[in-house]
Design a protein around this ligand. Structure first.
Ligand SMILES: Nc1ncnc2c1ncn2[C@@H]1O[C@H](COP(=O)(O)OP(=O)(O)O)[C@@H](O)[C@H]1O
Ligand SMILES: [Mg+2]
Ligand SMILES: [Zn+2]
Length: 329
């Protein structure tokens, strides 16, 4: 755990370290921002710094607190996250019973609540009581996608620290520093929208498979027959809904890139910069209005899936519409 391992977020880190060093850390912090940008990484590093027995805003890595954290069994540190779809009231109660005891190693406890928007209403109300009357010295760090999706009463008890996606250039640079080849780093930085966590997933083994599948789909469709459509839709049926949705996300980026090409925008703005040649070829099958309609169809399909529509039927309908659009519609 070291601040230096974190790419970007410099102002937030500075603010947190200053509060800590000055002994002015509030009881509760709320880290907001999209998934995978490093909120947990910053939260854990801050926890390490706050628990470290050296009076400094950097974890020393040597003291008994730092060593307990490194071996994942710090008695004064807990992380609450979903087990299943939601953070349940039992988890908050369990936490509250732990908080009743004095800290073991130092003079404070730290508790991270990851993706706090997943708390059930009961869990949130129960946590609220603890936030209203904090016992002893405890630091809560909540992470969430945004302030709006949390109870206003919870938000008002926390100091909000907003995290922004990284600039594409700094993410590319950070990935290259990890030894990733230039083109790969560039593509992952673009596709991830500035989210390091997502970029790393894309670069992991097979991470670009879904993207490639979406590209094959978009470029294969205009030349396809009904058999191809049925076979592909049958695959949607077997896949998890989440996987289907992620395929649709990539399909959107592929269609958007072809739209950029057809409308003669700057090529440097392509997400799938490594597929430029292939997409340029395939874009000849599409008109600008057809691509715009196609993007709308993908959005409609995503909404239907999120509303629990049947994946095979929804997928089939989408593929037929896209094929017809590519054929000059
Ligand atoms: N800014 C960053 N600097 C370095 N690594 C990062 C950064 N953001 C994300 N990561 C990597 O991605 C992983 C997932 O990020 P995480 O902190 O869980 O994001 P979030 O809490 O915002 O969803 C981290 O464990 C880390 O390996
Ligand atoms: Mg996350
Ligand atoms: Zn230490």
């Amino acid at each position: 755990m070291d601040w230096n391992e974190i790419i970007g977020h410099q102002e937030n880190i500075q603010q947190l370290r200053t509060l800590l060093a000055a002994g002015r850390m509030p009881h509760a912090l709320l880290f907001t921002g999209p998934d995978g940008i490093g909120k947990m990484l910053v939260a854990k590093t801050l926890a390490a710094a706050a628990l470290c027995q050296e009076a400094d805003s950097t974890p020393c890595g040597q003291c008994s607190s730092c060593r307990s954290l490194a071996s994942d069994n710090h008695p004064d540190f807990s992380v609450v996250r979903t087990e299943g779809p939601a953070i349940k009231i039992e988890q908050i109660r369990q936490l509250q019973s732990e908080l009743a005891f004095a800290p073991y190693l130092g003079d404070r406890r730290v508790c991270i609540i990851e993706d706090a928007e997943r708390m059930t209403a009961q869990a949130a109300n129960s946590l609220l009581k603890t936030l209203e009357e904090p016992q002893g010295s405890i630091l809560f760090i909540l992470t969430a996608a945004s302030r709006q999706i949390l109870l206003e009463t919870i938000v008002s008890r926390c100091l909000t620290v907003a995290f922004q996606p990284l600039l594409q250039a700094s993410l590319t640079e950070a990935l290259r520093a990890k030894g990733i080849a230039a083109e790969q780093a560039e593509v992952a930085a673009r596709l991830s929208g500035g989210k390091m966590g997502k970029a790393l997933l894309l670069l992991a083994d097979g991470g670009l498979d879904k993207r490639n599948q979406a590209a094959d789909l978009a470029t294969g469709l205009p030349h396809s027959d009904m058999q191809f459509i049925w076979n592909t839709a049958a695959l949607f049926d077997k896949a998890e809904r989440r996987e289907f949705l992620s395929l649709l996300d990539f399909l959107t980026l592929i269609l958007r890139d072809m739209l950029m090409i057809v409308s003669r925008q700057d090529r440097r703005l392509l997400y799938n910069i490594d597929l430029e040649e292939r997409l340029t070829m395939e874009a000849q099958n599409w008109s600008e209005p057809a691509l715009i309609k196609a993007l709308g169809e993908v959005t409609t399909c995503r909404q239907a899936l999120q509303a629990n529509a049947n994946p095979r039927l929804t997928g089939e309908a989408l593929l037929i519409k896209l094929r017809d659009l590519a054929g000059g519609g």
